[in-house]
Write a protein that binds this ligand. Sequence first.
Ligand SMILES: [Zn+2]
Length: 484
Amino acid sequence: MILHKTILQLVFIFCCISCKTSYPTQQPVQGYIISNVTVIDAVNPVRGPVDVWIVDDQINTIAEQIDNGARRIDATGQYLIPGLWDFHVHLTFERDLEDRIFDLFLMNGITSVRDTGGKMHLVQPMKELAASDPDRYPRVKIAGPLLDGLPRVYDGSSAGRPDISQGLGSVAAVNQKVDELVEQGVDLLKAYEMLSPEQYKALLARAKMHGLKVTGHIPLSMTVDQAASEGLASIEHMRNLEMSMSEHRDEYLAERQGLLKAKKDTSGYALRSYMHKTYRVPSVKSISETHKQDVLESLRANHTWQVPTLALVLSGRLKVFGDLEWRKTFDYLPAEMEVAWIKYAEEIIESTSGSPDPAYMDWAADMIREFEDHDIGVVAGTDCPIFFLTPGFSLHRELETLVDHGKLTNQEALYAATVRPAAYFDMQDQIGTVEAGKIADLILLQKNPLDDISHTSSINAVIKNGVMYDHAALSKMKADLKAN
Ligand SMILES: [Zn+2]
């Protein structure tokens, strides 16, 4: 059952005199009270059991007891947490998911997402659709296409390299494209790996002029320090951080720059793969403690946050594709996609090609604690629906991975999916914690996530913009997706 605010607004009752929280008489008692619930967020002390009164799209009051006559929903023994963000999604990567991806987020308590790459004519309608019904659809922030140099990496030449980028041949082209995207309403920009240092600097400067943040991968032609000091707001997948930590940093950088100049005619995808293959593992096997500290200090000083997508980066170790329990989440995909994903998973399992070098995954997992300890913000994102990451479900898996392999505490992981992403978009006063005056994007859990972060998926109800989707509503949503 979905509680409609408009209906509840019609309910009038008089406030009783014995209320601990009292209100003027003859006022309509709107909204509903989630009663006797334990309130948890990543900033405030655990509160409860308390009553939480939701009116319209807001948390109105949190108090020990609220008896104002508003409808009560008994949540004894349950936990109320903020709605979660998935900070790295691709809404239009699998076109067949577009009509259900928002439901997948909702049923998993994901109330905000950041799209980190897609063509504007595809992602912009998704953003508009989301904004058309904020009582159901997530808050959507979009970066537009990956802004790449030439040759570009994602050029649409095969299914695995969809056309989600814009190849830019000059500094002037960068400036023009940034202006165009700003005009079209992007919320941030994404810098990609084949940009030249000149193009990259122009992109950052132009974005700053428009007041937009830039996320990205470190361009192959640059070091972390060079890129971060231009004001890069965040880095996805820790991409290309390792080379700057190597004792061979200068030599590797010079080689890379030479290759980028010499191989202009190669495909961008092939060239990038070659460079990752050539420099990634040797870099993590030759980390210089001094250079590593330089990188960490540069990221800290420039407030360059990390969206490590750790579950994706460790997929060679976690082998999500072989996990039969995880495959149950494929039931919620369109039938043809479910079959295709399972087929692809079996092919990977049967493939005899060597598994990724564990040294890189060890390094990646170790970096998470280093970031947190160096005050470099870690944000939870997945890269769904890429590489078997079922939208919605995969965010919970990312949180578990950040704790189990990244050694974050349960509270730090919760922070990474609530408070920090809200602050990235300067929305910390509106969402991210459970406090009076904040937007009511909330999840009601059966179990305490501070005991075990996997409890974020023990979802009993989801509240989006004040509208509650209870257990029955979520079950129906799941059944409908399974049937199609
Ligand atoms: Zn991505």
